[in-house]
Design a protein around this ligand. Structure first.
Ligand code: NAD
Length: 496
């Protein structure tokens, strides 16, 4: 069994009270690791280390080339350890090995992209109030400072990298706090970072309870920004805590995205797409297509084909390369998802397929589709975060847009159609951060990702994502050196 210690100021340490917690394999209940559980005192030490490292300029003052080189060393470490990281991701989170391998590959790819972003000079010269030649106006982008990075359990390594990458590229120092359910690969990251030239204190990684150490990060006046991915509920708590000192925030929160199938779609492709959108990683995806909106003309045919295809999905051991559906991350999440299956039945939706626990060991749930669901049902409005899709009927494009936008969330969504122009028009009317046309889940390191409405604040990826880790500073340089030629706006300066 692996043992992981906290990573603070470049050193591995036990927690101050010696406390630990266990990492459990959700496929079989095995304990796979013991991890030190940070106390408030440990959290403060990690914050102090990050603060000292930031204020010393040891990272932010390095030339972009040097920061880029060191970030690239982490990329190389991830690639060298890809197999180990993949296996740990499977045993720690219940991810299928297919998904875990892809996550590790994409984590390295994203971090590599950020290593290049460290080379960017985001400063620009803009026109000022006075005429050109009279003043010069520079907009500089300074690193925002010390960042608390708080991540969820569904894509453990990837979520850590999505935050670590832009923070380090921008010149910030960090305290990364992964979810307790899946802390193992973040601690592996600590080990790998300790083997690079990263200066001490720039990256600190601590595990433990969000309600304690996450709260400390959000409240501490020594932390300049919180970058959070997780539930909308916790996002709101963080926002409240961070308001004490107007800390900067990016929040990537929940979703209930509409996956819209128009009557001119290639039905077989859209069926595959609906499975991918709704059941990728057992439906534990914030942007998942959990509300499946299907045109009334094709609704029954679509349902029949969807059911037949879902019956072919292989549920079971996530280590098996042919497995499509692995376990839910833990018992409490399993119980919550099973509870929603009951809720759907009580609300009067019919089960098209699934609806049961699978097997007796491990937290497996059959991919489940509710048929003839309506958008006002709880199962259509609340984020379930499991393999549950609600199938809702619509009449025409206006009706689809109305239903899709009738949600407190606005993170993802898709349109399936044989007519790109029609699909694009519809996509433009959706109040959501990402829309795919005849595709799902694919994100780009170069395009912003984030939520409208209660799906979040701010964006990750692309230049927008990098700028979230900077403060904009305007420097106005007056170029009139002769006092007699100077004009003071307003009248407060008396003439000689
Ligand atoms: P969660 O909100 O329970 O926890 C997320 C993180 O916040 C964990 O590290 C947790 O320990 C920490 N935390 C908990 N309470 C805290 C507090 N009071 N103060 C500070 N930190 C605290 O979410 P989860 O269950 O780990 O993940 C599932 C949720 O994440 C879903 O709602 C999902 O939609 C969301 N998610 C969103 C995105 C996105 O990009 N929008 C991506 C993945 C997951």
């Amino acid at each position: 069994m692996e043992k992981y210690l906290l990573y603070i100021n470049g050193e591995f340490r036990e927690s101050s009270d010696g406390g630990t917690f266990k990492a459990i394999n959700p496929a079989n209940g095995d304990i796979i690791a013991e991890i030190s559980k940070a106390t408030i005192d440990d959290t403060q030490k990690a914050i102090d280390a990050a603060r000292k490292a930031f204020d010393s300029g040891i990272w932010s003052d390095l030339p972009g080339e040097e920061r880029s080189r060191i970030i690239k060393q982490i990329v190389d470490k991830i690639n060298e350890n890809a197999k180990r990281l993949t296996l740990l991701e499977v045993t720690d989170s219940g991810s299928t090995i297919k998904k875990a391998g892809e996550d590790v590959f994409l984590s390295a790819k994203s971090l590599n992209h950020y290593s290049k972003m460290a080379l960017l000079n985001l400063d620009e010269e803009v026109e000022g109030l006075s005429k050109p030649g009279v003043s010069k106006n520079i907009v500089k982008r300074d690193p925002i400072g010390v960042c608390g990075l708080i991540t969820p359990w569904n894509f453990p390594l990837k979520m850590a990298i999505w935050k670590l990458g832009p923070a380090l590229a921008a010149g910030c120092t960090v305290i990364l706090k992964p979810a307790m359910e899946t802390s193992v690969t973040a601690m592996e990251l600590a080990r790998m970072i300790s083997e690079t030239d990263m200066p001490k204190g720039v990256v600190n990684i601590i595990c433990g309870e969000g309600s304690k150490i996450g709260t400390e990060l959000a409240l501490s006046p020594k932390v300049d920004k919180i970058a959070f991915t997780g539930s909308t509920e916790v996002g709101k708590i963080i926002m409240k805590n961070a308001s004490a000192d107007l800390k900067k925030l990016t929040l990537e929160c929940g979703g209930k995205s509409a996956n819209i199938v128009l009557d001119d779609a290639d039905i077989d492709m859209a069926v595959d797409g609906a499975i991918y959108a709704g059941f990728y990683h057992q439906g534990q995806c914030c942007e998942g297509g959990t509300r499946l909106l299907v045109h009334e003309k094709i609704y029954d045919e679509f349902a029949e084909k969807l059911k037949a295809k879902i019956m072919k999905m292989k549920i079971g051991d996530p280590m098996d390369k042919t497995t499509d559906v692995g376990p839910i991350v833990n018992e409490s999440q399993f119980n919550s998802v099973m509870g929603y299956i009951n809720t759907g039945k009580e609300e009067g939706a019919e089960i098209l397929v699934g609806g049961n626990r699978f097997g007796e060991t491990g937290y497996y749930i059959e991919p489940t589709v509710f048929f003839n669901a309506t958008n006002d049902m709880k199962i259509s409005q609340e984020e379930i975060f499991g393999p549950i899709v609600t199938m809702i009927k619509f009449k025409d494009d206006d009706d689809a847009v109305r239903i899709a936008n009738d949600s407190i969330y606005g993170l993802g969504g898709a349109v399936w159609s044989g007519n790109d122009e029609r699909a694009l028009k519809l996509a433009e009317r959706l109040r959501t951060g990402t829309v795919w046309i005849n595709e799902y889940h694919l994100l780009s390191d170069r395009a912003p990702f984030g939520g409208y409405k209660q799906s979040g604040i701010g964006r990750e990826f692309g230049i927008d994502g990098l700028k979230e880790y900077t403060e904009a500073k305007h420097i106005h340089i007056d170029e009139i050196k002769d006092r007699s030629k100077k004009t003071w706006y307003g009248t407060v300066v008396p003439k000689d």
